[in-house]
Design a protein around this ligand. Structure first.
Ligand SMILES: NC(=O)c1ccc[n+]([C@@H]2O[C@H](COP(=O)([O-])OP(=O)(O)OC[C@H]3O[C@@H](n4cnc5c(N)ncnc54)[C@H](OP(=O)(O)O)[C@@H]3O)[C@@H](O)[C@H]2O)c1
Length: 458
């Protein structure tokens, strides 16, 4: 592995040098174990601790198949899907791997008693399989997390509709929280040159998801002037949705749960901000009943911030806890676009507010290659910035996932894999210098104020 790292860090390495590098037999990877999926049985979700279930193991390098690439991972990031995997909710991910393994001889490689997780990476291509022409050893890349087979016609208008669509590192093995990852070559995209490895690895999954959900015609199709209500506006998804709204001439109405998060949104450029914690919204009076008066109070607050207007789009992901309010506050003809249900999958809302006011609920999930490419292109041009707040070593990924699970983080949490230190891998200092403050916004905040001592608000 040292030779690989030396080659990556030497400015003189050529594609031929990378192609000639011997591959190691094994590599370090963050895993969950199949024989531990019941370890949290009976515990409430909030008490399940990723530090107990996430391991760092030495695992064999997988065989490289057609259309695939092995990538030396310099850095990765923690996504909420790593949290779900680590607490085995809503189900253990080994079921996904078993099902994938039944698809073909090649896919059988994924069905193992351990699962290498992680759905982001920034690194360098080491090897490409037969049929890969667009990428070669030595290319500096990021990878998006859409894995498709495309043997059915269904996926050929929008690859997210492929019946064999999977999220790499969640529904497939050999993910990015590791020193080496296996990806399909159509997951690869150029690494933004003005970013360090860990900065480049941070946006991937959430940036692409937010792009499709908010900007793409497959999602809400946001336009100039739209009012966009963004839940968790300083979180993983929300910190990119806020940037897309601002960059696209819309008005974000940012919902957060602390002063500090409100300040981050302000510094991104948002003006309309609701601190749900300070303003004490209680949409549910008990486990079974919501309080429409609280929806109304929330809607009134939005109108105060917009000069009397309702929201054109709600960027939804908290799910059960907020969905009733989201449907209520959307303007006539507006769109509630949802990609998740962090607080519960069974949503309840008053349907009269939907049909009588001709609103639409749109489901959105990750992004197709084109959408991920567009989202990455905006990062590469310095229009959208990483929201990396903190970086962990690979062996501390459990703690990183714990922080995200407890909502103690801001923006994105990064993980160094092969990169020996933070700040490496920048190739365009001039572009970086132009955007340094924006790139460091979330880091500076985290450095100024260490992690909240107590768990965040859920
Ligand atoms: N379908 C997809 O492709 C896709 C892609 C990415 C993520 N996701 C899912 O989307 C969800 C969010 O992911 P993320 O990366 O943005 O996570 P994150 O970094 O934890 O951010 C989520 C934010 O939502 C807010 N929030 C959490 N619980 C809430 C509640 N009960 N009511 C209101 N706000 C709440 C919190 O902000 P405040 O405390 O500041 O309000 C939190 O910071 C996860 O469930 C994840 O699995 C889905």
């Amino acid at each position: 592995m040292k030779d690989i790292l030396d080659a990556i860090q030497s400015p003189d390495s050529t594609p031929a040098d990378f192609a000639a590098l011997p591959l190691p037999d094994s590599y370090r990877a963050v895993t969950v174990h199949k024989d531990e999926t019941e370890m949290f049985a009976g515990l409430p979700t909030a008490e399940k601790d990723p530090r107990e279930s996430l391991h760092v193991d030495d695992v064999p390098v997988p065989e490289l198949g057609p259309g695939e690439a092995l990538v030396a991972v310099m850095a990765s990031s923690v996504n909420y899907n790593s949290v779900w995997t680590s607490i085995f909710e809503p189900m253990a991910t080994f079921g996904f791997l078993e099902r994938y393994g039944r698809l073909s001889d090649l896919a059988r490689r994924h069905d193992l008693p351990y699962h290498v997780i992680g759905s982001d990476l920034a690194g360098v291509v080491l090897r490409t399989g037969p049929g890969v022409n667009s990428w070669r050893p030595g290319d500096e890349v990021v990878a998006h997390c859409l894995s498709v087979e495309l043997e059915s016609s269904d996926g050929h208008n929008d690859t997210m509709l492929d019946p064999e669509q999977r999220i790499w590192g969640f529904e497939t093995n050999f993910g990015g929280l590791a020193e080496i990852a296996l990806v399909k070559s159509n997951q690869l995209m150029p690494k933004p040159q003005h970013l360090s490895w860990e900065e480049a690895a941070a946006p991937g999954l959430v940036n692409s998801t937010a792009y499709r959900q908010l900007v793409s015609r497959n999602g809400a199709g946001m336009k100039q002037g739209d009012n966009v209500l963004i839940w968790g506006a300083s979180g993983g998804l929300g910190s990119y949705a806020t940037q897309f709204a601002l960059a696209g001439g819309a008005t974000p109405i940012c919902v957060v749960s602390s002063d500090r998060k409100a300040e981050l949104c302000r510094r991104m450029g948002a003006e309309a901000i609701i601190d749900r914690s300070a303003e004490g919204y209680t949409f549910w009076t008990d486990e079974h009943h919501q309080d429409p008066r609280e929806w109304k109070r929330f809607g009134k607050r939005i109108r105060e911030l917009t000069g009397g207007e309702d929201v054109d789009i709600v960027f939804e992901h908290p799910g059960r806890e907020t969905f009733g309010a989201s449907v209520y506050v959307t303007r006539k003809g507006g769109t509630i676009v949802t990609c998740a249900s962090t607080s519960g999958f069974t949503h309840e809302y008053d349907n009269r507010y939907l049909w009588m006011s001709l609103k639409r609920i749109v489901g959105s999930h990750f992004a197709n290659y084109r959408e991920a490419w567009e989202a990455n292109r905006l990062v590469a041009k310095g229009r959208i910035h990483p929201t990396l707040s903190k970086v962990y070593a690979l062996e501390d990924t459990g703690q990183a996932a714990y922080d995200v699970h407890r909502n103690r983080h801001q923006g994105k949490v990064g993980v160094l894999a092969l990169a020996p230190a933070e700040g490496l891998g920048v190739r365009d200092e001039e572009l970086r210098a132009r955007h340094l403050d924006a790139i460091n916004l979330f880091r500076d905040d985290a450095r100024a104020q260490p992690l909240a001592a107590h768990g965040g608000v859920h």
